[in-house]
Ligand binder design. Structure first.
Ligand code: TYD
Ligand code: MG
Length: 466
């Protein structure tokens, strides 16, 4: 038999080492290295043998394999994020901060899938069945055809599944499930890994879809090993700011549909309600005639979304001025500041810069560069930009403004919401005839000049030429 050696692993990132340390080399966390019982060193000096495997021709797959089926919950925002709907035998991981509404949305979706004819099992490891029932009552779903269970033992859960033959199972949450074959506490890396593995396996074997809830750590990572994210077909993030009622469901990995597709919800007293017109919502609290506020015409997945960017630039008393960002990438902000400084001569050395994306949405698109630069410039120079204008365009280190994708979609959405002008990079295409007025800017210096001119003139931006 192979010799069993000691091994240690990190409970937060899963790094395996052969000696204990106070700080993990992988993720830098303290006190996360624990001894783990290694199974063995694996088979040694055993050849792989000459046993024949099964050969499958790709073109032959279709007749012998069960066709995948798509089911829709009828909650359009939820179905869109999944792709065409819920795919049979899919393994889905839904992650998000505590209290963001993961259990709520899943209960609501489960009820709709149940009504659509799927056999749904909802296993809660965190709440008692009566608590889940109470929540269902609050959501007006007490008569929904879902079966509830409160269980954490993986063996019991899988046995129930084999008997019940469900079409959809929901596990809330994967961190509470423990396998009796694994010798560590629930929530530890090895438990989470083996629970996720067994459940994914169950999905593939039986054709049931499995949705697992995953906790996130302080810095927003899905707790437990990254390997779970690789194992499942789809990873969804449920995000939103604490003080806001908006919640955004985002696909970050999807084997059956587009990624970065978002669904927008609003947390109300009777659960999560769909937001059909996100742009209207994100602009609803927009301050007019305030320097530092501009509107960005963005694209999330396949959908155009308009959001307000707010910037504040104040003299700093600190040796190292503050750069605070909510909803955007801090590194990208530093880059935009550096370009403004070196290409346009606007100095931020003695200024704190704050940037906030209104509504609690997170924007990842580089297309937002120009809107960020515009908001910061507007705040710094105290210029109120025209309120009927949207901004988009990527900024390169040279200061050039580059064109981005899906321009027509962005413009259409802006027009729909009553905007009459867009400031962006030069386009190859002729502008649409009855469309919105497009003001092209080749580089950031151009843009800054254009805006200074605007401030000095009384009749706005003039004849449409920068
Ligand atoms: P929950 O789904 O339990 O969050 P998670 O499972 O992600 O931890 O949501 C809890 C929060 O949602 C809680 O703070 C209260 C709020 N909430 C409402 O505002 N309205 C509702 O109808 C429900 C059920 C919850
Ligand atoms: Mg919950």
């Amino acid at each position: 038999m192979a010799k069993i050696s000691k091994s240690y692993s990190c409970t937060s990132c899963g790094l395996v080492t052969n000696k204990w340390a106070g700080r993990c080399d992988g993720c830098g966390d303290w006190n996360t290295i624990n001894e783990s019982k290694a199974l063995s060193n694996g088979p040694q000096k055993v050849s792989i043998g000459i046993e024949k495997g099964e050969k499958i021709l790709l073109s032959d797959l279709s007749p012998s394999i069960k066709n995948l089926s798509y089911s829709k919950s009828g909650i359009a925002e939820f179905d869109r994020v999944l792709g065409k709907g819920l795919v049979s035998s899919a393994a889905i991981l839904l992650s998000g901060d505590p209290g963001i509404g993961k259990s709520t949305i899943l209960l609501q979706a489960a009820a709709r899938f149940g009504e659509a004819g799927l056999k749904v099992l909802y296993i809660s490891g965190e709440e008692a069945a009566s608590q889940v029932k109470l929540r269902a009552k609050r959501l007006g779903l007490s008569t929904a055809p879902i079966r509830l269970g409160s269980e954490t033992n993986l063996r019991n859960i899988l046995t129930t599944f084999e008997d019940e033959e469900p079409n959809l199972v929901i596990i809330d949450s994967i961190q509470t499930i423990w396998a009796d074959t694994v010798d560590s506490a629930p929530g530890s890396v090895s438990q989470v890994r083996s629970a996720a593995f067994e459940l994914t396996n169950f999905a593939k074997r039986t054709g049931a879809a499995v949705i697992m809830v995953g906790h996130v750590t302080k810095d927003g990572q899905i707790a437990g090993p990254r390997v779970v994210e690789h194992m499942v077909d789809t990873v969804l993030h449920f995000e939103g700011e604490r003080g806001h009622q908006f919640r955004i469901l985002r696909a970050v990995k999807n084997r059956f549909g587009p990624v970065d597709e978002i669904g927008v919800f609003e947390m109300a007293s009777e659960g999560l309600a769909q937001v059909k017109n996100p742009s209207e919502l994100f602009l609803s609290e927009r301050g007019k005639n305030i320097p530092g506020s501009v509107v960005f015409a963005g694209i999330e997945g396949t959908r155009p979304i308009l959001v307000e960017f707010q910037a504040l630039v104040t003299p700093s008393t600190l040796g190292q001025p503050r750069r605070n960002v909510i909803g955007w990438d801090g590194n990208r902000l530093s880059m935009v500041l550096a370009v403004l400084e070196s290409r346009c001569g606007i100095s931020f050395a003695n200024h704190d810069v704050y940037l906030n994306i209104a509504g609690g949405i997170k924007i990842n698109e580089p297309a937002a560069d120009l809107a960020v630069a515009a908001a910061i410039f507007s705040a710094k120079e105290d210029i109120i930009f025209p309120i009927n204008t949207v901004f988009f365009g990527e900024i390169s280190l040279s200061g050039a403004v580059r064109q981005v994708s899906q321009v027509d979609n962005r413009l259409k959405e802006a027009q729909k919401l009553g905007f009459s002008e867009a400031i962006t990079a030069p386009r190859n295409k002729k502008k649409p005839k009855d469309g919105i007025n497009i003001r092209e800017t080749v580089n950031l210096r151009d843009f800054v000049n254009m805006m200074h001119k605007y401030k000095d003139s009384t009749e706005g931006l003039g004849d449409g030429k920068p």
